[in-house]
Design a protein around this ligand. Structure first.
Ligand SMILES: Cc1cc2nc3c(=O)[nH]c(=O)nc-3n(C[C@H](O)[C@H](O)[C@H](O)COP(=O)(O)O)c2cc1C
Ligand SMILES: [Fe+2]
Ligand SMILES: [Fe+2]
Length: 504
């Protein structure tokens, strides 16, 4: 065959090959466009902060021959108030940790971040995980949305997929997550941490993990986890603080602390507020975690918490346990109350309820100590006095069928969990109709909603109590003390004209 013909054939073949190559590339790009676009331009919730000014690097927290631990969390230095409750003057962070287990080449991610800050998690993961490569394991300590909010975004990103990433959380946590992100638990691969009093041992691609359910620290689904080879605890929100180191937005490595954070008074103040608000209502649960961790005391070096500085180094982890124990003083509600110190609180427009309050206090005085407080001039520490008293008797007139707002102010401050074990009782003057008196309404609120103890039926009298009725009230106050001191749980009827009238 002549040379020119061979050249022609070759040229045609190259041309066809090039066309085929271009077409197949276009096809592959077209097919994978969502993945590629998601990789370079991750989905962003509409209210996300101006992420492009941030430092998206991925600092290394720990490194040895077997593992590299990266910080992949999100900094939010603009946050002003967290969960509608905690002022955060320095902002906060949502910490996530990516562990690369080198021998088995697996990636284990601990926690996602608040949905609004997903880009930070994404770009930090992108620095470490090659395109198309997935997160092998996702471990979630609890499902509050500040840590689980970007779960769906992550699972639809190039780093993971519902089918391939194995999710580890407590049974409750898995249920909560499926409700939050509307997926069927059967569609994902998961390992459930069950409720036992022992550590549950797992091996996540070479990472040896001991984990256990530590309920109500602070959600019912919370786990505490110990990473054996890294001598690290992953505590969910416990040991954290809503605190953002200055300049961490520009230099994310500032979130990692190797010094003793306890020496930083600004951080300690933030931790004190955080621990009291988040864990203070059930100090026993938090103290249990500290006890469990103290059992492995000698080996713990680092704490990977979910808010504020990541603490690396043995002293830090020990100091955190000591600090948190001192904040969460073991005061279960029964022990929180002083012995033999009763409160009589009242409000009164024409002094009829006030006269009754004096009689009630006289009755208590026969058997115990009592303090009388006029709620039209309440002391600043009123709620503290209510919470530490042996029992509290509250007097109110009826105005338009209701107790006065000062009474509701106290009752709505009380909480069935925090204040369980509190003893209450109600008395007061009404004018028109015992059946429409405020006192039975207060009883209903306590019995049906507040669930604190109400040992004795209310004592109400029309307008001004007679001297006999004031004697009744003295008895009523004394009986209340006796019932409190005998730890009564049952409601007892008090025989008076009032109770007979409202039962008719
Ligand atoms: C604005 C106002 C509304 C009242 N509404 C009721 C009511 O709905 N039912 C009732 O039994 N008495 C009602 N009363 C009567 C008071 O409960 C009664 O006068 C009572 O004795 C006041 O007690 P005090 O002197 O301790 O404030 C009302 C009184 C006022 C001034
Ligand atoms: Fe939380
Ligand atoms: Fe949190």
């Amino acid at each position: 065959m002549p040379q020119s013909n061979t050249n022609k054939i070759l040229k045609v073949l190259v041309f066809i090959g090039s066309v085929f190559f271009v077409l197949s590339s276009v096809f592959v790009i077209w097919k994978n466009y969502p993945l590629i676009s998601e990789y370079y331009f991750p989905s962003s919730p509409s209210n996300s902060p101006r992420f492009f000014t941030s430092d998206f690097s991925t600092p290394i927290i720990l490194k040895n021959d077997d593992f590299i631990v990266y910080y992949v969390g999100a900094i939010d230095n603009q946050l002003e108030i967290f969960d509608l409750l905690i002022p955060t003057p320095t902002g906060s962070s949502y910490n996530s940790y990516l562990i690369h287990s080198l021998k088995e080449d697996t990636f284990i991610l601990f926690e996602t971040v608040h949905e609004d800050h997903y880009q930070q998690l994404h770009y930090r993961l992108k620095n470490v995980i090659p395109v198309g490569r997935m997160v092998d394991y996702l471990f979630m300590s609890h499902m509050e949305p500040d840590h689980s909010g970007s779960f769906a975004l992550l699972m639809n990103s190039p780093f993971a997929s519902f089918k391939h990433t194995q999710l580890i959380a407590s049974n409750e946590g898995l249920e909560y997550l499926s409700r939050m992100h509307h997926f069927d638990l059967e569609d994902i691969s998961s390992i459930a941490v069950s409720e036992t009093k022992q550590w549950q041992e797992l091996n996540l691609g070479g990472l040896e993990v001991n984990t256990r359910l530590t309920k109500y620290v602070h959600w019912p689904d919370t786990t505490t986890t110990y990473l054996k080879q890294l001598k690290t605890v992953v505590t969910g929100d416990f040991f954290g603080a809503h605190y953002c180191p200055q300049n961490a937005w520009d230099d994310v490595s500032l979130i990692i602390r190797t010094d003793n954070v306890i020496d930083d008074s600004e951080w300690v103040a933030a931790a004190d507020l955080y621990a009291k608000v988040i864990f203070g209502h059930l100090p026993e649960a938090g103290l249990h975690v500290i006890n469990v961790l103290n059992e492995i005391d000698d080996s713990i070096e680092n704490v990977f918490d979910t808010h504020g500085p990541v603490t690396v180094g043995r002293d830090a982890s020990k100091s955190l346990r000591e600090l948190y124990s001192s904040i969460l003083t073991p005061l279960p509600p029964a022990k929180r109350r002083n012995k033999d110190s009763f409160l009589v609180l009242y409000i009164s427009s024409y002094s009829y309820t006030q006269e009754m309050a004096l009689a009630v206090a006289d009755g208590i005085k026969e058997v115990s100590n009592v303090e009388l407080i006029d709620l039209s001039m309440p002391p600043n520490d009123l709620m503290n006095r209510v919470r530490t008293a042996s029992g509290v008797l509250i007097g109110t007139p009826t105005f338009v069928g209701m107790p006065l707002p000062q009474i509701w102010n106290i009752l709505t401050e009380l909480n069935p969990v925090i204040d369980r074990g509190t003893y209450l009782g109600f008395f007061g003057s009404y004018g028109f109709d015992p059946k429409r008196c405020a006192l039975p309404k207060l009883e209903t609120y306590v019995k049906e909603i507040l669930h604190v103890r109400l040992p004795l039926q209310s004592a109400g009298y029309q307008f001004r109590a007679t001297s006999e009725e004031l004697e009744d009230l003295k008895n009523w106050g004394r009986i209340f003390v006796e019932l409190v001191n005998s730890n009564a749980r049952d409601f007892q009827e008090f025989d008076s004209m009032f109770s007979r009238a409202i039962q008719q």
